[in-house]
Ligand binder design. Sequence first.
Ligand SMILES: [Zn+2]
Length: 112
Amino acid sequence: MSNEAIRQQLLERRQQLAVRADKTERDASHRDEPLSSDFAEQAVERENDEVLSAISLEARHEITLIDKALRRIDAGQYGVCEHCGENIDERRLQAVPYAELCIQCASKADQL
Ligand SMILES: [Zn+2]
């Protein structure tokens, strides 16, 4: 896959994530509806908000990773492991297009 195709893919994914993050943040902030006056209901709503904010945090985190990947494309560093400098396996990049580490370094990092 060319860098240009990868860039397009990353930008599309970034756009989806931004929409999801915005939507979940809106839902969690209850701009339209106040918290229920029923305590049990409130507990459910709070729990729901926590799930929503976890989703939006995750989306924001992924956006950060995508932005870094886009900068690596610009710098001609895309697909190179940040740790050992080896090329990252093509299949790994297809699964995780913003991967920063090759599979060997990533599995070592997981064990830390
Ligand atoms: Zn590596």
